[in-house]
Design a protein around this ligand. Structure first.
Ligand SMILES: Nc1ncnc2c1ncn2[C@@H]1O[C@H](COP(=O)(O)OP(=O)(O)OP(=O)(O)O)[C@@H](O)[C@H]1O
Length: 243
């Protein structure tokens, strides 16, 4: 298993937020995580990223124990909804920032950034500053900035929550394309049922600090606790005559 979490727990002021949570994920797969507000999804991602410290349990990535490692040493990228771009850097500067830190030669950075700009469909926008971009464009830049460094694990925390329906759909397609192309392994936290189903190879439901990962999507769809059935019933009721 590429990501292996065992019996992970975390409390804040005597409130148990992550409760003996275990999960495993194969490389190059995406696990969608659904769950009500406050159930501990963000805390789980922060524990994995090294932004919070667990009280108990272990996190292993590719066999390597993450305890005591800084976020940078983990080579895990945590991307959230309002992820801020560097305001003083252009699109090009933002996308290439992580590569520059890795001291990659300037000509190679240029080549990789140009390719990423094309893949993000941001041709002609490379010299713009973040404040000159739309919300969807900014989101694409932060996504590209995260992926270009080839993180071994990408943690996405409701990344498309602030986007309109059409832009969100395009971002979902782009996410699928790029994660396949770059062989990314990721956890994708979302409140949106449809998005969870579309984005995840596997789906998990988090409740009060515990996570249930479904053996396959069909099991998830058939479980009355996931809300899929009530969603279907809602749409069916609208289709009935005399509505
Ligand atoms: N640093 C902290 N100190 C104290 N309590 C915290 C801290 N971080 C999170 N919590 C609490 O832990 C609980 C879970 O928060 P978390 O952000 O993980 O939930 P979530 O499932 O991501 O919610 P949402 O879907 O609303 O983003 C909340 O009750 C929150 O108040």
């Amino acid at each position: 298993m590429f990501l292996e979490i065992k019996q992970l727990s975390k409390s804040f002021q005597n409130d148990l937020i992550v409760d003996r949570l275990s999960l495993s994920l194969d490389q190059h797969r995406t696990l969608s995580i659904l769950g009500k507000s406050g159930c501990g999804k963000t805390t789980l991602l922060k524990l994995i990223a090294g932004l919070e410290t667990a009280d108990q349990g272990s996190i292993r990535v590719n066999g390597e124990d993450m305890s005591g490692k800084t976020p940078a040493e983990r080579k895990i990228v945590y991307l959230y909804q309002e992820d801020l771009l560097f305001p003083h850097l252009s699109v090009r500067g933002n996308i290439g920032f992580g590569l520059k830190l890795q001291k990659i030669p300037a000509s190679d950075i240029k080549e990789q950034v140009d390719l990423m700009i094309q893949r993000l469909e941001l041709q002609g926008q490379g010299d713009k500053m973040p404040h000159q971009l739309s919300g969807g464009q900014r989101q694409r830049v932060s996504f590209g900035r995260a992926i270009i460094t080839n993180p071994r694990l990408l943690l996405l925390d409701e990344p498309f929550g602030s986007l309109d329906v059409g832009t969100r759909q395009r971002m979902q397609e782009l996410f699928k394309e790029l994660t396949a192309l770059y062989g990314i392994t990721s956890l994708f936290v979302t409140h949106d049922l449809k998005e969870a189903i579309l984005m995840g190879d596997d789906i998990g439901l988090m409740k009060k600090g515990s996570l249930q990962v479904y053996p396959d999507k069909q099991d998830f769809l058939l479980d009355p606790g996931t809300g899929v059935r009530s969603e279907i019933e809602f749409w069916e009721s609208l289709l009935k005559p005399n509505y």
